[in-house]
Each structure stands twice: as C-alpha cells, then as structure tokens.
Design a protein around this ligand. Structure first.
Ligand code: MG
Length: 365
C-alpha cells in the first residue's frame, strides 16, 4: 500500500525537491495531487511524469483548488509549500480531514498557530515540519517530548553576520540576496538577512513543540551544519547535524517517526564539514528578530501583524522604496499601534493581516 501525497506549490523549490524525493520513494508514496501558482507548463509536465490524478493552477481556478487537493480521499499527506498566507485554509482543511500536513509554509503556524492546533486536535490530523531547524528539533525530541527543557535553533546569521553595525542599515538588495549557505526565494532570503526568518521560526517552534518562549533560544552558527540542539531535563543535549539540504527534512516529514533508505542523499563527513563555530545573535544590529519574538509572546493576532508588516516592508525594500535599515521601523510602526485580539477564527486573522498591511504601507510607501 502506497500513501497518497498532495503537493501544494509543486513548481517552487520545496515542491520540486519533494518530487525529487518522491521519485526515489515510489514504493512507499504516490503523487495524487499537485497545485501551483503560474508555471502551468511545468505543472502539466510534473502531473504527467508522476501520474497525478488531480492538478490545478491556482491562477485559473482560485484558491479553492488548494483545499480540494488537500482533502482528496486518496491523500494521506499534504506537503504545503505555498508561499504566504494563501496556504492557511488548505492546512486547516487537511488537518480537520485527519491528514498529515508536512509544512514548509511558515505563515500558517505564525499567523494561526492556535487555529492549526485546534484543527489538528478536532480532526485527528498531524503537523510535521519541513523547515530544517524544526525537522532537526522533531528528530531529537521524538519519544522524549515530556523531558524537553530547552530548544536551541541555529541561525546562519545571514550575509551581514559579521558586518560593522553601522554598515548594515545601508545594505543593498544585491547584498541582502547573497545568502551564504542556503539557496532560497527572494522574500525568505531577505528574511534571513534581517533575522525575521529566525523570529518566525521561534514562533513556529512555540506552536509545534508546545514550548514557552523562554525555553527557545537561538545561536548563530555560520556553517549551517548543526540544525538544532535540544536540551533535556537531565542536562543532556542532542543535536541533529548534516550538510544543508532540504531533501532530508522533506523525506523525514513524509516518513516520521520512521527512517527509510535514500541513497541519493549526501552522506555526512565531519572532516569535510570543517570547524563548527557558534556566536551570540546580535539583537541590537538585527532588531527585526526581537520585534518578531515580542509579537510571538503577545500572541493572538500579533504574530499575524508582524508577518504581514514584514511582508510589506520586505517588498518595499526589494522594490527600492526603503533602505534595509527601515524594515524594522515599518514593522514596529504596525506592531506599536496594534492591540492584539484572541485568534478565534480565520476572519479575525485575515482582518489583522489586512490592517497590518495598511499600517505598514502608510509607514513605508
Ligand atoms: Mg529554516
């Protein structure tokens, strides 16, 4: 018996990596559904190659096709690699239908962590992270959830890790897009440069592992070999290590808690990995990080406001409207005016998201 997989966002980098993994695991999984924004020709080719029964281009069909793909009876696992808030509804629907959701869409948990946990509890679905740091944490924690004392997420530090503090605010788009260890989309690469990405990951970890914010730390680790550390109540620390690759976390999200053979994945070599170094995060130089964690601690609609304001600020930076150093100011302008409300339903979150976009636009553009 093979497990049916739906991939939302199949033509992006996580989507294509997932298909690479599934091509090697055809005896365990079959591709049932594919959705994409644009790249229609590639989507058609993918559907033909993998024999997917269902595929749809969101451009033409509207976002209802995401929910449809995610809830097909033959689908056991939904890989959600949709960029931005558009992935939320499909995640909730899949969890309510009892599916496993392998989540590469950060916004889902950041915006709506409470709703996601409730949908999973109601429908019997489960959420498994694809992000490398959270996959690492899950691999360390599995079987010992109750004994976790502290999680330490690693951060590459981004391209400005060792820059003089006074040079960072004037960094150019080209400099921000020059990520040292990971090849990713433009938005997430800028998020790595501001460390917004790491703040989003702290919020994700809070929901995924049920940890208080005081129990989640971040350390800068430029080599991106150690993906996370987990400290247990007895003081023992486990880490998950490996060369940077998204295919391993994707494979683990599909097979968790089991492990399966994959001969194509690069084997680890400690000598080739070279010296591993760790440094504190420079919170004063990268204030976006603390803004994000502050929003996480405030809870309710605040993380959605942080996420939306950050999206607007990053787009303005990429468009050349604001300098790099203004990104945290634009986010702070929205957060300072926000009075967080309980995140009771999707409509409340969408309204907060919309409000934050307007505040951020007013502050920046
Ligand atoms: Mg990550």
């Amino acid at each position: 018996m093979t497990i049916g997989v739906a991939i939302l966002g199949s033509t992006g980098s996580i989507g294509t990596s997932t298909l690479n993994v599934l091509a090697r695991q055809r005896d365990r999984f079959r591709v049932v559904a594919l959705t994409a924004y644009g790249s229609g020709a590639l989507l058609e080719r993918q559907a033909a190659t993998f024999g997917a029964e269902y595929h749809c281009l969101v451009d033409g069909a509207g976002s209802s096709c995401l929910v449809e793909a995610a809830t097909l009876p033959d689908v056991g696992i939904v890989v959600n690699a949709v960029v931005g808030a558009a992935g939320l509804e499909a995640t909730l629907a899949a969890l309510e239908a009892g599916k496993r959701v392998a989540l590469a869409n950060k916004e889902t948990l950041v915006m709506a962590g409470d709703l996601v946990l409730r949908a999973a509890a109601d429908g019997g679905g489960e959420i498994v992270p694809i992000d490398s740091e959270h996959s690492a944490a899950l691999q360390c924690i599995t079987g010992h959830d109750a004994e976790v004392e502290r999680l330490i997420l690693t951060a590459s530090g981004g391209p400005f890790r060792d820059w003089d503090a006074d040079r960072v605010p004037a960094a150019t788009v080209k400099e921000a897009l020059n990520h040292p260890t990971w090849q990713m989309g433009r938005k997430i690469t800028v998020d790595s440069a501001t460390l917004a990405n790491k703040a989003l990951e702290v919020i994700e970890a809070h929901y995924l592992f049920g940890l208080e914010y005081d129990a989640i730390d971040v350390v800068v680790h430029p080599q991106s070999i150690v993906h996370a550390f987990v400290e247990f109540v007895d003081g023992s620390v486990l880490a998950q290590v490996g060369f940077p690759s998204m295919e391993l976390p994707i494979l683990y999200a599909l097979t968790h808690p089991e492990r399966v053979t994959d001969v194509a994945l690069r084997r680890f070599d400690p000598v080739a990995a070279g010296p591993l170094t760790f440094e504190p995060l420079r919170r004063d130089v990268f204030p976006t990080f603390d803004l994000g964690v502050r929003a996480g601690r405030a809870g309710g609609t605040a993380p959605a406001v942080f996420n939306a304001a950050n999206e607007v600020a990053v787009r303005a930076f990429l468009d050349g409207t604001i300098p790099f150093g203004r990104i945290p100011d634009v986010i702070a302008a929205a957060l300072d005016r926000h009075d967080p409300q309980p995140a009771t339903d999707v409509a409340t979150l969408v309204a907060a998201d919309q409000w934050a976009r307007e505040q951020a636009e007013a502050a920046c553009c």
